[in-house]
Design a protein around this ligand. Structure first.
Ligand code: NAD
Ligand code: GLY
Length: 360
């Protein structure tokens, strides 16, 4: 088991290990500094989706009830399209009608969609209640459950409404990853590859030598340690943390253009392929670096080609938060383990897309 502390506006631990959800009540009571084993005056609203709750919901509920927490459940239809103002509103109405108080909490049981939406509800319901992240996708384990970015999407753009709001605990039970569909496993690997390209050639080589699924605890802990560094140094994403958006400038546009039918991790993979190819075409990184990035994406069954046109992608990028008016902060690989934030005049992004293999 690994316990990684994160020091931010709220300090918390990320606990990574096996068999953790059956002990969720103990870990949450400890994180909230509550007496173990006694009845609590706290209701835990378990927020989950209709794939995850049937698999793990009752076990989490039992673990919470055993520790004296009362529980409520809010389960919505899985998928990015539910990360909406509509679902968010329904969750808030449900909590208000159920007399959920400021001293109660939300337990987000699921992937990044559940975590982002539940976290935003926790940040805003009665001006903020506690929340716990229980990630059940690889992507959520290595990325979205840590760092306090919460959001919902608008029709015209992804993550356009949200808040920075840190959880009180992240409880990552590796056993839950055993039921992940293969394409969701691949999506998580996309974000893991992102950390390796950003920070560590040694980690990149480890991912090529041994599949992620054979070294979950090590891989998740490595990614969380990398992310922790970014979050602790730039919690509110004004500088260093922007690097975590490697592949996301083009990736978010791919998601928007596809009407969210292309999964986040797949879109990020396409974005990483395009920005690396463009960087090598412009002489910013070597051809060998680009070839290695494409090789590892292939190894993990991740897609590389963008099938939307330059104009369509460009228009989608105009609503992205990374684009501050006339300039976009684009994260560009110089080598494996070394990326740079480049301020690109926004209209020049069309040229980057073309160099990255996107057709007019
Ligand atoms: P997701 O939450 O939609 O989960 C993917 C699918 O897997 C869903 O159908 C879900 O029901 C299913 N699932 C989840 N856990 C399962 C399990 N253990 N067994 C079987 N099925 C399971 O998607 P995701 O990839 O986890 O997250 C993507 C979202 O995360 C996007 O909205 C993205 O914007 C967001 N994100 C946020 C951050 C952040 O810092 N907040 C970072 C990266 C991504
Ligand atoms: N996933 C990007 C970030 O947390 O900043």
């Amino acid at each position: 088991m690994e316990k990684i502390p994160v020091y931010a506006s709220t300090d918390y631990e990320v606990i990574i290990g096996n068999g953790l959800i059956d002990e969720a009540g103990n870990y949450i009571a400890a994180a909230l500094k509550l007496e173990q084993g006694t009845e609590k005056k706290i209701t835990a609203v378990i927020v989950s989706d209709d794939n995850v709750f049937p698999l793990y919901g009752e076990r989490v509920k039992k673990a919470l009830n055993e520790q004296g927490f009362k529980t409520l459940e809010f389960v919505f239809t899985h998928g990015e399209r539910s990360k909406s103002l509509e679902t968010y509103g329904k969750l808030l109405e449900f909590m208000c009608e159920s007399h959920v108080k400021r001293s109660d909490m939300i337990v987000a049981l699921g992937g990044g969609v559940v975590g982002d939406l539940a976290g935003f509800a926790a940040a805003t319901y009665q001006r903020g209640i506690d929340f716990i992240q229980v990630p059940t996708t690889l992507l959520a384990a290595v990325d979205s459950s840590v760092g306090g970015k919460t959001a919902v999407d608008l029709v015209s753009g992804k993550n356009q409404v949200g808040a920075f709001y840190q959880p009180r605990l992240v409880l990552c039970d590796i056993d839950t990853l055993s039921t992940l569909p293969p394409e969701e496993y691949a999506c998580g690997c996309g974000e893991i590859i992102k950390y390796a390209i950003l920070e560590s050639e040694e980690f990149f080589d480890e991912l090529l030598e041994k599949p992620v699924s054979e070294q979950y605890e090590h891989v998740i802990a490595t990614c969380v340690n990398i992310k922790k560094h970014y979050v602790e140094n730039d919690e509110f994403d004004t500088g260093l943390r922007m690097k975590l958006n490697l592949g996301h400038t083009f990736g978010h546009a791919v998601e928007t253009c596809s009407g969210y039918t292309i999964l986040h991790g797949q879109a990020v993979a396409k974005g990483m392929a395009a920005v690396t190819l463009a960087a090598s075409e412009m002489g910013l990184c070597s051809k060998e670096t680009a070839a290695r990035v494409l090789e590892i994406l292939d190894r993990y069954d991740l897609p590389k080609d963008i099938s939307f046109g330059v104009e369509e992608m460009y228009n989608a990028m105009l609503v992205d938060k990374k684009n501050s008016g006339t300039v976009t902060n684009l994260i560009v690989p110089m080598a494996i383990g070394n990326c740079r934030i480049m301020k690109i005049p926004t209209e020049k992004l069309k040229g980057w897309l073309e160099e990255g293999g996107v057709e007019g």
